[in-house]
Every structure is written in structure tokens, then in C-alpha cells.
Design a protein around this ligand. Structure first.
Ligand SMILES: [Fe+2]
Length: 237
């Protein structure tokens, strides 16, 4: 269904802000997917080192996606099903399809990594096209989660309850995985979202882990964004 831009603007302006556990991590996923897709598109198939590096990035993205959908199944879908049985069925089914797509893309990347010179060009084009379809599917899928799933969560849960669900999800993530997530999460939000996420990390993570995270993401931030973040966090100039 097409909704007019005027109607979308009217709804956005009327919405009271609620706790939204999808939008931040989905900005990270969109950024990681887009960055990896264009990297595969410009990869030189005749350069084995570049092929190894770029397919390594594809495999890291696929690992990120697999882990993300497990987090959603285990924490978010469980919360939806607890108070609105059946409301996560369609998206859970898509997660199954994504799992299969992730496995076949991983196999394709593995074949490309070990292919001879003669095969790499065609395989690189195939990987680029298949990854593009996966990204397209995920972009549409994430939109459904951010709209339909959030609508169910907001109707059945208070913000405090949603924060508790999200905290339990984040607490289940091991530190090394959290570093990868932060690298894609923090730089690709807007400054207000970034401040809230980083301030929340500062409140909940051990100081050494927080400092390592901040130093890890700093090179990925434009100077203007870093200046705003350090000002809002009250970091020493
Ligand atoms: Fe999902």
C-alpha cells in the first residue's frame, strides 16, 4: 500500500516517542550491508589478496546477520509471542529463509576464496548479485519489524518493560561481538541517537570495555560527530 508523503509526515509528527529497540541496530545492519555490497561490487577479482579481504568482510557481515536474527528470535519474538500469540509468525518464517540465504552466501564466498584465476570474475559477479538480493530482502524485512512489530510491542508493553527485554538481549552478547556491533552501530546513527546509545553503554559496561569501544569507533566518526559526542558526554577536551 502506498502512503502519501503528507500522510507519513503527519503520522511522524503526531507520534509520541516510545522506546524503539529496532531502529538503532537496523541502522547498523543497513550500513554494514551497504558498505559490504559496494565493496564486493568494486572488488578486483584478479587480485587474490583483495578477494580474500573482501570475502572476509562478507563472512563477517553474514555472521553479524545470523547472530542478529537469533537475538530477535530469542528475546524480541519471545516477548511478542508472550502477549500477542502468532504476531511474529510471518517475520519468524522470513528469519528461517534468511538463515538459508546466509548459509548459501557463505558457501559462495568460500568457493570464491579458493577459486582459480579463470573462475573468480564470474563468481564475484554472482556473489555481488546474490548479496544484493539478500540486502534488498533484509531492507524490506527490517521495515516490517520497525513498523508492525514495534506497533505490537508498544501496544502490549510499557517502555520500562521493553528496556528490560533489550537489556537482557544486550547482556547476552559477548564482548568481542559487542566491539563489532559498536563499530557499525555508533557511527551510523544521528547525533542524538548516538549520544543516548553511548551514554547507556557508559552506564552499564565496565569502564575499560567502554573506553575500548569508544577508541574503536572514534576513527569511524567524522570530526563534527566526534565533537558533538564528546561535548554531550562531557569528555575532557
Ligand atoms: Fe529480523
Amino acid at each position: 500500500m502506498q502512503i502519501s508523503p503528507q500522510e507519513l509526515a503527519r503520522v511522524a509528527a503526531a507520534e509520541a516517542p516510545r522506546f524503539d529497540m529496532y531502529t538503532g541496530i537496523h541502522k547498523a545492519l543497513r550500513a554494514f550491508m551497504a558498505d559490504t555490497l559496494v565493496a564486493v561490487g568494486r572488488m578486483d577479482p584478479a587480485d587474490p589478496a583483495e578477494v580474500a579481504e573482501t570475502t572476509g568482510r562478507v563472512l563477517q557481515l553474514l555472521g553479524f546477520c545470523a547472530s542478529h536474527l537469533e537475538h530477535e528470535n530469542r528475546f524480541v519474538h519471545a516477548a511478542i509471542e508472550a502477549r500477542a500469540a502468532g504476531a511474529s509468525d510471518a517475520i519468524a518464517h522470513e528469519h528461517e529463509e534468511h538463515r538459508q540465504h546466509i548459509a548459501s552466501l557463505g558457501e559462495l564466498a568460500g568457493i570464491l576464496q579458493t577459486a582459480g584465476d579463470a573462475q573468480r570474475h564470474a563468481l564475484a559477479t554472482t556473489l555481488y548479485r546474490e548479496l544484493a538480493l539478500f540486502v534488498a530482502d533484509n531492507f524490506r524485512h527490517m521495515h516490517v519489524e520497525e513498523t508492525a512489530h514495534n506497533a505490537v510491542l508498544w501496544a502490549r508493553y510499557t517502555d520500562a518493560e521493553l528496556v528490560a527485554v533489550h537489556d537482557a538481549l544486550v547482556a547476552s552478547i559477548p564482548p568481542d561481538e559487542m566491539m563489532v556491533i559498536s563499530r557499525w552501530l555508533v557511527p551510523f546513527m544521528n547525533p542524538l541517537e548516538r549520544f543516548h546509545v553511548v551514554a547507556d553503554m557508559r552506564a552499564k559496561a565496565p569502564a575499560a570495555a567502554f573506553d575500548a569501544m569508544l577508541q574503536g569507533v572514534r576513527p569511524c566518526l567524522a570530526q563534527r560527530d566526534w565533537d558533538k559526542l564528546s561535548r554531550d558526554l562531557g569528555l575532557p577536551a
